[in-house]
Write a protein that binds this ligand. Sequence first.
Ligand code: FA5
Length: 346
Amino acid sequence: MKARLKELEANAISELESVTDIKSLDPWRVYYLGKNGSLTQILRSLKNLSPDERKSVGAQANKLKLLLQSELQRKKDFLKENELSRAFEKKDLDISLPGRAFPAGRTHPITQSLREICHIFSTMGFGVVEGPEVELDYYNFEALNIPPDHPARDMFDTLWLDSSVDGDSNPMLLRTHTSPMQIRIMENSPPPIRVIVPGKVYRYEASDATHESMFTQVEGLAVGEGITLANLKGTLFEFASRLFGAERKMRFRCDYFPFVEPGVEMSIECLACGGNGCKLCSNSGWLEILGAGMVHPDVLKRVGYDPQIYSGFAFGLGVERIPMLKYGVEDIRLFYENDTRFLKQF
Ligand code: FA5
């Protein structure tokens, strides 16, 4: 067996010496080192030897395997180098050509919009805080005047989590809006407050051209003495005209959210159709971008603020709707399909 290994080594090395191009290296590798190659067969037959023989022949065979592998690599490098210099001599290789550029990644359009929104509000004096996406029923609903069985729970199709803290008395869920952060912020700091909260929210609903089951919101909250609905309107109009330009039409209409009184929604004239009606705006000429209102006195009381002294406004903005309006994107689902042909336009 040892003599066979010696012979195999001599043959393998001399055959390798005579190989002159990279393509012919593979048959050599398959013949000697492949699954059914000569050396592999010897290694397999070791089990038939006595323990002593197996030990010494096994060591020799393994050493040969390492030697052949390294000789193969050495030859490959040598031939590659040779091919390159030959191509270079024949002028097949133009080293003055510019290198191939790697495609660069870019910021996702939703992140771009989110940054722009946060920047505008921070120049208007709002701080930025973030909150948990896994939330307690208490913050997502109860503290916002939405007790169990309140019909407003239907507005927020909820993804509930199996686990619960406190038995079943405080179930957990994926937050359906960023409004729970209103409570968490007010619980932890005294007025005056002026913050925005960007983040992901989740709803158990079928997606369509303007609705996704996971989307992004920016919550806004301002609480202090003497804050009125006029402050809310002024803030949001200022924000929207900085974002879309002063010439873009905006409108406020009544809406209902249990945690504000009164409640409003704000819509922006559809850019895709110039207000004439299209698929993006469901032929209305308008696209709703946010819900808002004056913080309900019961919500203020619940966090220990005196509603006789303090008042405030809050709003919840749908971030995906912003690039849809700005760039005339007709389907929200495009943002999350990860088609780079779409994403690289932004
Ligand atoms: C809310 O989520 C309230 N929390 C907003 C609020 C905050 C009201 C503070 C009062 C005070 P609404 O469900 O309408 O409200 O969502 C707010 C915005 O999120 C909508 O105007 C819309 O722009 C966006 N939005 C709502 N549902 C979806 C969805 N499924 N996909 C994408 N965007 C959505």
